[in-house]
Design a protein around this ligand. Sequence first.
Ligand code: BG6
Length: 522
Amino acid sequence: MATTVQMSVNPSDLPQGHDAAEKIPGPGIMVIFGASGDLTKRKLLPALFHLEQSNLLPKDFAIVGVARRPLGNEFAEDMKDGILKFGSVDATDPKLEEFVAKISYHALQFDDASGYPGLKDALDKLAAEKKIGPDRLFYLATAPEYFAPIIENLGASGMAHPEQGKIGVVIEKPFGHDLDSARELNRQVNAVFPESQVFRIDHYLGKETVQNVLAFRFANGIFEPVWNRNFIDNIQITAAEDIGIEGRGPFYEKAGALRDIIQNHMMEVLGFVTMEPPSSFEAEAVRREKVKVWQAIPSIPITNAVRGQYGPGIVGGQKVIGYREEERVNPESGTETYAAVKLEIENWRWAGVPFYLRAGKRLKKRATEITIQFKQPPLLIFNRMQSSSAPCPEIQPNIISIRIQPDDGIALRFGTKVPNTPGMTVCPVNMDFSYAQAFGQQRANGYERLLLDAMLGDQTLFSHRDGVEINWAHYTPILQAWAAKKPEVFPNYFAGSWGPDCSDRLLEKDGRKWKNSLGKPE
Ligand code: BG6
């Protein structure tokens, strides 16, 4: 039974206010394609308003939603509802009405080239009226089949290369559905926008704790010397969700857990955990180190990948239906709602260390966590003195748990002598740092940082074309093998469990176990 010691922060050590002038983008227009979808209302507009509240948006700024439906003022009103509901914003916030007045709407068929000159005119007119200037950020939040037509049409209508001003394009996931489609999309994107203008978004990179992996490793002297094969036994990365597919049947049927989470979000996290120290915190330096580490992953044998699908069960005390019973899902679906892989990194730092990645829907609880398990000391002198009836009969290895969500934080487990017991009884205790306790509750959803960086032209926290292709190359053979052979026993885990047995076996054959005490140090 581990005891936990909380870590705190001294308020006088915290920055007081931000270094404003440097970090505010120039005046411009953000154009959101696919603006009538959920993402805009739930994430993008609340994030933009949080930036406004922090005085991080330029004064001369406009947001234009673009979608197919003819909409008028009700679009801005709908976005206001989204800001209040999903951004935890008070309706009396003095900045709200002025911000909502900056939102407008333009109807367009994404694949109809004849509509784009009209969009260009509308943007130019808006810019002239509001004295906004020529900077434009195009945000593609549409279904993926529209990415290429929109980009081509932006190019053909002259909106990608204006005479002056900064132009960027933000592309949501999924970026392709396999290696070939990702390559083709990269080709289409770069035919119009040079790589320096392309922002492939992975919202995990906007999460504070994911960025904190870099701070933890490279701003402290004590961890990096042991961050390697000599001291680390294995690393596990878990992205467990208790929710199901939330009405996204048609999308999820084509995606599955490997494509939806592992190939992108988890590989980005893995990149941060394992890359060499970059020479600076600049886009090129950081991206180069991530690419190097992904390139060092040898092909993943199909036997090191397992899949699962949830059946009915109980989550958080409520009965829930199985995946095959979800709306607009094939009742005989072979899509995986859970995937786990074991991979290795063949370089001097990591050779021989297994990395276990797992992601799943309708699991026991929501917890995204990195678990770094250290090797035992070379000689366990106290083990001989622990009796089998002692509270901790075995000495436990050290663990660093980095909790990405919820309750973001970091815990270190180590052994300590239990007082007032005969001999040497050693039990694990935890030092636990919680972001919320140290810095107060954060309202950010991850998009604030990414939207601001994209407006500022900083690509550090965005995926590069090479990285996207390398990671598709790792997973495409597994996806192909899975597509060719429908799983025999689906569903194979109960909603509300920790996933299928085959996932436990993946670790058991190495003499290991998943760390399932997620969300708390031990
Ligand atoms: C998205 C996936 O990219 O990430 C969703 O498409 C998933 O299926 C979501 O639920 C998880 O994000 P978060 O930030 O809630 O961990």
